[in-house]
Unconditional design. Structure first.
Length: 184
C-alpha cells in the first residue's frame, strides 16, 4: 500500500482519554498517509509534568492548544494535510470548539476528520497501569473520579468516528474512514 495523499487536503484530529490508543493508532497510520504530524504531549511536557489542577487547566492546556491552533493554521495555509494528537476531552463536546475547526478547514477548503479513540474501561486501566507514567498515578488513585472528569465515550459531532482501538483492525478502519469520510 502506498502513501495516501488527501485531496482535498485534510485536518485530522485524533482525540480520546489518556491510554485510549491515540499514539498507537497514529503510529500505525503515519506510514500510510501524507500529513504533518502535531503531537500535544511534547508541548505539554515542555511546560509541566502535571496534568491536573488549576495551573494545568487554566494555563498549560490553553497555551498548548493555542500553539497547536497556530501550527495547524500555518500548515493549512501552506497546503499541508495535518494530523493532530490531542486529548481534547472536554473540548470535543463543545459546539464552539468544533465550529472553530470547521471554520479553519472551510477557509482553506480542507476536509475535517475527527477520530475519537476509545477502548473498554478495563483495557484503558490496564494500559495506564502498564505504562507507569508519574502523571497517571492520580488517575489510578481516583479511578472513578478520573472517569467522571474524562469519560471514555462522549457525544461527538456529526461525521466523526468513534474507534475502538482494542480491535486488531483499528488502523485499517481508521484509514478507511480518513480516505472515504465514512465508516464502512
Amino acid at each position: 500500500m502506498g502513501v495516501y495523499h488527501f485531496e482535498p487536503h485534510a485536518l485530522i484530529l485524533v482525540t480520546g482519554v489518556p491510554a485510549s490508543g491515540k499514539k498507537t493508532l497514529i503510529e500505525g497510520l503515519l506510514p500510510y498517509i501524507d500529513v504533518t504530524y502535531i503531537d500535544s504531549e511534547p508541548l505539554k511536557d515542555q511546560r509541566t509534568t502535571l496534568r491536573e489542577g488549576d495551573f494545568y487547566e487554566k494555563v498549560v492546556r490553553r497555551e498548548v492548544y493555542s500553539e497547536i491552533d497556530s501550527r495547524v493554521m500555518y500548515d493549512l495555509d501552506s497546503g499541508n494535510s495535518v494530523l493532530v494528537r490531542a486529548t481534547y476531552s472536554t473540548e470535543v463536546q463543545n459546539p464552539i470548539w468544533v465550529d472553530r475547526y470547521i471554520r479553519m478547514t472551510q477557509a482553506t477548503s480542507f476536509q475535517l476528520r475527527l477520530i475519537r479513540c476509545v477502548a473498554p474501561e478495563e483495557v484503558i486501566k490496564e494500559r495506564i497501569e502498564k505504562r507507569c507514567y508519574e502523571r497517571d498515578k492520580p488517575k489510578l488513585k481516583d479511578w472513578k473520579g478520573f472517569l467522571e472528569r474524562e469519560p471514555i465515550h462522549v457525544p461527538m459531532p456529526d461525521g466523526s468516528f468513534e474507534l475502538d482501538t482494542s480491535l486488531e483492525q483499528s488502523v485499517e478502519l481508521a484509514l478507511n474512514f480518513l480516505k472515504n469520510g465514512k465508516i464502512s
